[in-house]
Design a binder for this molecule. Structure first.
Ligand SMILES: NC(=O)C1=CN([C@@H]2O[C@H](COP(=O)(O)OP(=O)(O)OC[C@H]3O[C@@H](n4cnc5c(N)ncnc54)[C@H](O)[C@@H]3O)[C@@H](O)[C@H]2O)C=CC1
Ligand SMILES: O=C(O)C1=N[C@H](C(=O)O)C[C@H](O)C1
Length: 269
C-alpha cells in the first residue's frame, strides 16, 4: 500500500494551526510531516506535540518553509496574506498542493497565488466549511430571484483577535449576491457606515463587522424588502469544521491538474 500523503501545517501555533495539527493526527488519512512558524515564534525548535502540551510527535517546528515543504504532498496554510503569497511560490516549487485558508488577501497576493497555480494545485477559499459553501449557493439563488428593491446586507461576527474585515466569508457571500444580481461587487459594495451617511443607495450590498469575545464565526445575509425580510444564517461553533474542510481539500488535490480551485470544486457543489 502506498504511503499516506504528508502534510505540512504553516502557522502551527495559531488558533487554526493547532486545530489542523489535531485534525491531521486524528484523521488516519494523512501524515503530519512538518510544522512551520515565523522566525522568532517561541514554538520554533520545539516538538509540536510538546509545544501543544502533549506527548512528543517527532515533528520539530521550523522557520524554514522550503526545507519543510520539500517533504510534503500538501501544505495547509492559515497564516497571513504576505506569508501566504510567499508560501504559494515555495509550495509550487516543491509541487505540493497548497491549501489556503488565509483571509484578507488583496490583488497583489492573488496575483502571486495565480502565478504559483500555473505550476501546482492551489485550493483557496475564505471558508473551508461545508455549511458556508452551501450558503453561498443559496445566496446566489435568492439574489437572482429578487430585484434591487430588496436591500442586501452581509453581517458577520468574529472573535476579538480577528485582524481583517469584512471576513473572507462575508466577501464570498457578498460576491454570490452580486453574481446573483448580475452586478460587480466592487461597484456595489458599501462597508462600515458611520456618521451622516444619507439614505441607503438602491442596489448596494452592505457589510457590517462585529468583533468580540471568542465568537468562532457567524454570518447573516439579510435581504430586506418592504414589509418582509429574508435572513440566511450560518453559525460556526467549532473551528474543527474549517480544519476538516482544509484536510479534505489537501487530499482531493492529490493528482489534480495544476490550477486554482476552491471549496466548491472540492465539495462538488
Ligand atoms: N478559510 C477558512 O475556513 C478560515 C480562515 N481563517 C483565516 O486563517 C488565518 C489564521 O487565523 P487564526 O489561526 O485565527 O490566526 P492566528 O493569529 O491564531 O494564527 C496565525 C498564525 O500564523 C503565523 N504566521 C504568520 N506569519 C507567518 C509566517 N511568515 N511564517 C509562518 N507562520 C506565520 C502566526 O505566527 C500565527 O501563529 C486568518 O486569515 C483567518 O481569517 C480562519 C478560520 C477559517
Ligand atoms: O478569522 C477567523 O476566525 C475566521 N476567518 C474566516 C473568515 O474570514 O471568513 C472564516 C471563519 O469565519 C473564521
Amino acid at each position: 500500500m502506498s504511503e499516506l500523503p504528508g502534510i505540512v501545517i504553516t502557522g502551527a501555533s495559531g488558533r487554526m494551526g493547532q486545530m489542523l495539527v489535531k485534525t491531521v493526527l486524528a484523521s488516519g488519512k494523512a501524515r503530519l510531516v512538518g510544522c512551520v512558524e515565523r522566525a522568532g515564534n517561541p514554538w520554533v525548535g520545539l516538538d509540536v506535540g510538546q509545544a501543544m502540551g502533549g506527548a512528543a510527535l517527532g515533528v520539530t517546528v521550523t522557520d524554514d518553509p522550503l526545507e519543510a515543504f520539500a517533504k510534503a504532498q500538501a501544505v495547509i496554510d492559515f497564516t497571513a496574506p504576505a506569508a501566504t503569497a510567499e508560501f504559494a511560490a515555495l509550495a509550487a516549487q516543491a509541487r505540493a498542493v497548497h491549501v489556503i485558508g488565509t483571509t484578507g488577501l488583496e490583488a497583489e497576493h492573488h496575483a502571486r497565488i495565480d502565478a504559483a497555480a500555473r505550476h501546482a494545485v492551489v485550493v483557496q477559499a475564505g471558508n473551508m466549511g461545508l455549511g458556508i459553501n452551501l450558503l453561498v449557493g443559496l445566496t446566489r439563488k435568492v439574489a437572482q430571484a429578487l430585484d434591487a428593491d430588496w436591500d442586501v446586507e452581509v453581517i458577520e461576527a468574529h472573535h476579538r483577535m480577528k485582524v481583517d474585515a469584512p471576513s473572507g466569508t462575508a466577501l464570498m457571500l457578498g460576491q454570490a449576491a452580486a453574481e446573483g444580481r448580475g452586478v460587480s461587487l466592487q461597484e456595489a459594495r458599501v462597508s462600515g457606515r458611520d456618521g451622516i451617511t444619507g439614505a441607503r443607495e438602491r442596489g448596494t450590498i452592505g457589510f457590517s463587522a462585529i468583533r468580540g469575545g471568542d465568537i468562532v464565526g457567524e454570518h447573516d445575509v439579510l435581504f430586506a424588502g418592504d414589509g418582509e425580510r429574508i435572513i440566511l444564517r450560518h453559525v460556526a461553533t467549532d473551528r474543527g469544521i474549517f480544519a476538516r474542510g482544509a484536510l479534505r481539500a489537501a487530499l482531493w488535490g492529490q493528482g489534480q491538474k495544476p490550477g486554482r480551485y476552491d471549496m466548491m470544486d472540492v465539495l462538488g457543489l
